[in-house]
Design a protein around this ligand. Structure first.
Ligand SMILES: [Zn+2]
Length: 724
């Protein structure tokens, strides 16, 4: 995959970098096509853009109370102005300056400039555009909106569903399936050890097998053998699978444990016999799992947690967890320590007392209500924004082994993980460390660089190679030797020969000169030939990482226009409708004169709603809110789809002006297509298409104040441009 990092921090001068200098500049191109790398990027982005969970409170009351203030209509001449992004740091609020530093405004402005340079040159083409002329059957539109509403209603019922009906269904599912035996699991495990897959490689390497065998041994302990007899129980297992990028954690947890062992061998069902949970909706979605808060009925209180629409009742959670034997927690490094503690306490609470796994023989309550727990993740990533990092060893364990007090605190969560061998009754029992990298085996050098990044100690030469600066070793230098095999290259590198000698030698060594060229992954400016090549479209759709929201917002708007130009499509703009609340107008009646300028504010200031949403067929868009939590759809915040089509309001009177149309009213509905979906809403042409209507949010012009007063109600489509 390609991804792009836009930052204005200027790069180190050629030949003048220091050891461990951060690679934060410009554009990086790493050759990963799939697997965990996108997830790492996504985790990184998530940490950076976690949003408050309760953004959807709407204090507007009766809409009739709103003053009849003037509507403003953006015209084509005004478009450039409203698409400018108001850069943070400009306002001289003291707190803001302290937080962001004086340079923030300048850095953002420079970075926005760089973003514009890059995305205005990519495949920019003029010429005629096509403009969509959709015709809709009004009845079908109504039908689709109605089926979407009933789908959303199902979600609430699903969350609140308790009692005999559900239990009857669950028990029926349990009764009507074959009972797996100890021997079934043993035979499967034995075969797995030597099974070979693609390219005749082992399906699991030795470390991965170790982790799987650990889980299998526990499963066997809880199963009958073919004669119907059980083994003596030794208590639940709590285990950690830990490893860096490319070591195959997902392969172990998702492909082997979940899909093969649990679902195929044991005939288990997710949600009934086990649950896979993650902190954020988008991460849970990758594993078809649930969010921690939802699955365990833990209300979202903290800033930075993922917002939840449905908080399950204690009874519903107890009902759901009734037959669970395993809890798989993915990306546990992102789960705050206090949240892990809350999960523990919650499960101790909801698992019924008659459950034979809940207590030890001596009556001691097991953590997590006696469930087996498998954590997977990498603690060598960014720590979560709140709730304490589970990767930190609690201070009391370094000094002495003090007993924990059972409250949902940070140290409780850390103690669960780090309690150590003498606390086996409640701590995790151990860890399988996955070390062998399953990816980049063809590029040893890149593997080395990845390891340096993970350990936070990028070497001077690696940094120089990535940027195309002067190095002390030859161009093919890998793992302490010249990969070209050329003895001159080897010798010059060993003696750290002067740069000019190295260059001379490399002119005669094709491998070194080619390899040096390949290692320069960072584009220093918009003129890099990787952007300029009209046939290279990789960067048109590449995800991007931004150091702050101003730049992200601005670049996304640029990229939407770029996208339209590349595909020769016109752009329809949906303009947000802002209405100050009555008390706001009473306080500052002249506010409405500034309405147009509110459209330039970035979405985070305005209830996560864009000032101007570009509607372009095929444009990637992200949901800015949980849209539909029904089990088959899981259309949650951050989910990316593509715009399929839209229907303007029946009274819409705007017209196309060349390649631009600025709607006077919000569209009646925008259809977004989600890939790989089986569900098919009535009234829509194909599976995966969902009708999205506008929402309203309240935001504050003076949100920096302790008690914000100037409330504005904004209506807009809950969509963000989805290039991230
Ligand atoms: Zn060489």
């Amino acid at each position: 995959m390609e991804f792009v990092s836009v930052s204005a921090t200027s790069g180190a001068p050629p030949g003048g970098t220091s050891d461990g200098a951060p690679l934060q500049d410009h554009v990086i191109n790493l050759p990963f096509s799939n697997g965990e790398t996108p997830r790492y990027v996504s985790n990184f982005i998530s940490i950076h853009r976690l949003r408050p969970g309760n953004a959807d409170e709407d204090g507007t009351g009766n809409p009739d109370d709103i003053f009849d203030d003037e509507e403003v209509y953006v015209t084509k001449d005004m478009l450039e102005e409203v698409l400018e992004t108001r850069v943070g740091g400009k306002s001289k609020q003291v707190e803001e300056l302290e937080l962001l530093g004086d340079g923030h405004h300048q850095n953002s402005t420079e970075a926005i400039g760089l973003g514009r340079d890059i995305w205005s040159q990519l495949n920019s083409t003029g010429g005629p555009t096509t403009q969509p002329l959709y015709t809709f059957d009004e009845q079908k539109v109504q039908q689709s909106v109605a089926s979407a509403r009933s789908s959303r209603a199902k979600e609430t019922k699903f969350g609140a569903r308790t009692g005999a009906q559900t239990r009857a269904e669950r028990e029926a599912a349990l009764q009507h399936r074959p009972q797996a035996t100890q021997e079934d699991v043993k035979e499967w495990l034995q075969a797995l050890k030597t099974r070979r897959g693609a390219e005749n490689r082992l399906c699991v390497n030795a470390e991965q097998f170790h982790a799987v065998a650990k889980v299998a041994a526990q499963v066997i302990e809880e199963l009958p053998n073919r004669a119907g007899a059980y083994s003596a129980p030794s208590g639940p297992l709590r285990w950690v699978v830990h490893g860096g990028p490319g070591t195959g954690k997902s392969h172990v947890v998702k492909d082997i444990v979940k899909e093969e062992l649990f679902e195929q061998i044991l005939y288990w069902q997710q949600g009934l016999d086990f649950q896979v949970i993650a902190l954020q909706a988008v991460m849970a979605d990758l594993l078809q799992g649930d969010t921690i808060h939802h699955a365990c009925g833990i209300p979202v209180r903290k800033k930075g947690a993922d917002g939840e629409v449905v908080i399950q009742t204690q009874k519903a959670v107890a009902e759901q967890t009734l037959y669970w034997r395993w809890l798989l927690i993915d990306e546990f490094g992102m789960v705050g320590s206090s949240l892990l503690a809350e999960v523990d306490m919650k499960l101790r609470d909801v698992v019924v007392d008659v459950n034979p796994y809940k207590r030890s023989g001596s009556g001691h309550a097991h953590p997590f209500g006696g469930l087996n727990v498998l954590l997977s993740g990498d603690l060598w990533q960014l720590a979560p924004p709140s709730g304490g990092f589970v990767g930190n060893i609690p201070a009391e364990y370094i000094a002495n082994a003090r007993k924990y007090t059972p409250a949902a605190t940070i140290s409780h969560g850390q103690s669960l993980l780090w309690g150590g061998p003498e606390n086996k009754d409640w701590a995790f029992h151990g860890v399988t460390e996955l070390v062998e990298s399953e990816r980049c085996r063809k590029d040893q050098w890149l593997q080395e660089v990845q390891l340096e990044f993970r350990e936070g100690k990028l070497s001077r030469d690696s940094h120089a190679f990535l940027h195309g600066y002067v190095t002390e070793v030859c161009g093919s230098w890998t793992n302490g030797r010249a990969a070209c095999g050329n003895s001159l290259c080897q010798k010059l590198s060993e003696i750290k020969a002067p740069w000019k000698d190295m260059l001379t030698a490399e002119r005669g060594c094709h491998i070194c000169s080619q390899s040096r060229q390949d290692r320069k992954r960072v584009a220093m400016d918009a003129s890099d030939k990787r952007f300029a090549d009209p046939h290279d479209t990789r960067f048109v759709d590449a995800p991007a990482i931004f150091p702050n929201n101003d730049i992200k917002y601005d670049v996304n708007k640029q990229r939407a226009r770029q996208y339209a130009a590349t595909h020769k499509l016109g752009i329809t703009w949906a303009q947000a409708k802002d209405q100050p609340l009555p008390q706001t107008l009473q306080e500052k009646p002249d506010l409405i004169l500034h309405k147009v300028s509110w459209l330039s504010r970035h979405d985070r200031e305005c209830g996560d709603l864009y000032g101007m949403v570009p509607l372009i067929e095929g444009l990637p868009v992200a949901l800015t809110d949980h849209l539909d939590r029904s089990p088959d759809k899981q259309l949650l915040r951050g989910k990316i789809g593509r715009i399929h089509s839209w229907k303007v309001a029946n009274t819409e009177d705007s017209v196309w002006e060349e390649d631009v149309r600025i709607l006077h009213e919000l569209p009646a509905v925008v259809y977004v297509k989600f890939e790989n979906c089986k569900w098919h809403l009535e009234g829509t042409p194909e599976p995966g298409i969902y009708p999205i209507e506008c929402v309203s949010r309240t935001w504050y012009l003076d949100k920096g104040r302790k008690y914000p007063q100037l409330a504005i109600k904004r209506r807009q489509m809950p969509l963000a441009v989805g290039f991230f």
